[in-house]
Design a protein around this ligand. Structure first.
Ligand SMILES: *[C@@H]1O[C@H](CO)[C@@H](O)[C@H](O)[C@H]1NC(C)=O
Ligand SMILES: *[C@@H]1O[C@H](CO)[C@@H](O)[C@H](O)[C@H]1NC(C)=O
Ligand SMILES: *[C@@H]1O[C@H](CO)[C@@H](O)[C@H](O)[C@H]1NC(C)=O
Ligand SMILES: *[C@@H]1O[C@H](CO)[C@@H](O)[C@H](O)[C@H]1NC(C)=O
Ligand SMILES: *[C@@H]1O[C@H](CO)[C@@H](O)[C@H](O)[C@H]1NC(C)=O
Ligand SMILES: *[C@@H]1O[C@H](CO)[C@@H](O)[C@H](O)[C@H]1NC(C)=O
Ligand SMILES: *[C@@H]1O[C@H](CO)[C@@H](O)[C@H](O)[C@H]1NC(C)=O
Length: 387
């Protein structure tokens, strides 16, 4: 009896651990891409919410490909239904993410009309991207954008939640109040979406891919030149830049310092230090990012590259943190065509510290910039003894 009670206690705590772990992981991976101030949802002002879209109540939207089979999956609809004092209306609108028919649109619009607030959950799933499933374009599939346009026309606040692996874009994002990238968030997906949309969790994820505006910004698949490929070589402005993500608070950067500042030789490391301050009104976490550009490179190389980052957790209002990363010789190399040898070359590095890439017009925080100069002869990285 005693032993079985002990066993039961262990099982319960492992279960709690899995529950907490999967919810934290889901929350922390979500990226708030757009918010006109509608989020977090203020339920004091709303009595009913419409959950609409092919992924609002389809567990299959949350697993991705090559996935384990979770014991359960909480959909966004289930998560909202689990909260008392709120009327949750529901219409899928589309039969699935392919959304090839508008047969369900009228019912979705009626559902939106009879609610104070609209949460559209759509995007893609493993039935569209994954093994044996390639996308022909990067847009929201089928008629999903048309459905969102009809929901916007109802006149209630509309928030779009995207399930996806690779980016999925649409011109309709510009006309909705907020867009949340939820990824394939797993078994606790719905509860994590609920926590982020309502501000129980302040989102802090930053996107790890470039969200091209459309396929015309992508270089040809048949040419593996790096020109315009990835944030490092792209010259045009995408929809959302690599490294971008919003929070419900605001961060400001100051006291950017390099050490050493001068007399830097090939093989030296440069320490970069910056202070990040929460100047908003709620607790928040931030991904502090450092980028570098080699100005006047002797060979074609990345326009810009991420050289370090660190996530600062739970910064209170008015509090600051100092983040330090080291830019090592291996991050100061270029590749000459001959020999494929990473070389450290003399020249000037412009370096940046902030919550995004420099010149990200979507990002609300400032980005600071400094430079340092490497003097001496070019040297293969392999000649630096510490490498
Ligand atoms: C519903 O909410 C309760 C209390 O917050 C929680 O314990 C339970 O796990 C939730 N159910 C689901 C399906 O998430
Ligand atoms: C693709 O995006 C560019 C802006 O980057 C825009 O000028 C063009 O009209 C778009 N094309 C399509 C097919 O959406
Ligand atoms: C591939 O693209 C690069 C950069 O635009 C160009 O210089 C090169 O000629 C292209 N190669 C082929 C085979 O089209
Ligand atoms: C790269 O992007 C720039 C800016 O959009 C464009 O002018 C140029 O034609 C693109 N080059 C290739 C090879 O796609
Ligand atoms: C943000 O930091 C800069 C220094 O990097 C400072 O000049 C500015 O006053 C700060 N802004 C706020 C709102 O604290
Ligand atoms: C941040 O705050 C959340 C919510 O209070 C808490 O669950 C989490 O453990 C905290 N993280 C750290 C690193 O303190
Ligand atoms: C790099 O090391 C190789 C082998 O040790 C040596 O032959 C070469 O001169 C070195 N090059 C430079 C630029 O120091």
């Amino acid at each position: 009896m005693r032993n079985s009670i002990k066993l039961l206690v262990i099982l319960v705590s492992v279960g709690d651990y899995i529950y907490l772990g999967s919810k934290f992981t889901a929350q922390e991976s979500m990226v708030l891409l757009r918010n006109d101030g509608t989020l977090p949802i203020n339920f004091g002002a709303f009595k009913s919410v419409a959950l609409i879209g092919p992924c609002a109540d389809d567990p299959d939207c949350n697993t991705g490909d090559y996935n384990p089979q979770p014991a359960y999956i909480v959909t966004p609809r289930a998560a909202f239904l689990n909260r008392s004092g709120l009327t949750v209306n529901y219409a899928s609108g589309c039969a699935d993410v392919k959304c090839t028919s508008s047969a369900g649109f009228a019912s979705a619009v009626t559902t939106a009309r009879s609610s104070d607030f609209v949460v559209y959950v759509g995007g893609i799933s493993h039935t569209i991207e994954g093994e044996g499933h390639d996308r022909a374009n990067i847009f929201l599939p089928g008629l999903q954008s048309d459905l969102i346009t009809m929901l916007v026309q109802v006149g209630k606040p509309v928030v779009v939640v995207l399930t996806h692996g690779a980016p999925v874009v649409s011109p309709v994002y510009a006309s909705v109040n907020a867009v949340l990238s939820a990824g394939y968030a797993g078994q606790e997906a719905g509860n994590a979406v609920y926590a982020v949309l309502t501000g129980l969790y302040n989102p802090a994820g930053h996107t790890v891919v470039t969200w091209y505006t459309n396929g015309s910004q992508l270089p040809a698949m048949t040419n593996y030149s790096m020109v315009n490929r990835t944030y490092r070589y792209m010259t045009a402005t995408p929809l959302y830049k690599f490294g971008y993500g919003l929070s419900y608070t605001k961060f400001n950067y100051s006291h950017f310092q390099l050490s050493p500042q001068t007399d830097i030789k090939p093989c030296d490391s440069v320490e970069m230090k910056v202070t990040v301050t929460n100047i908003g009104s709620v607790v928040g976490s931030e991904v502090v990012q450092f980028y570098a550009t080699l100005t006047n490179s002797p060979v074609t190389t990345a326009h810009i590259k991420l050289v370090g980052f660190n996530r600062v957790e739970n910064l209170s209002q008015g509090a600051h943190a100092v983040v330090t990363v080291s830019m090592d010789p291996s991050q100061m190399t270029v590749i000459y065509d001959f020999g494929n040898v990473p070389m450290i070359v003399p020249g000037e590095y412009q370096v940046y510290a902030g919550g995004s890439q420099p010149n990200d017009h979507n990002s609300p925080s400032n980005v600071l910039s400094l430079s340092f100069t490497i003097t001496g002869d070019p040297i293969p990285l392999s000649n630096c003894t510490s490498n």
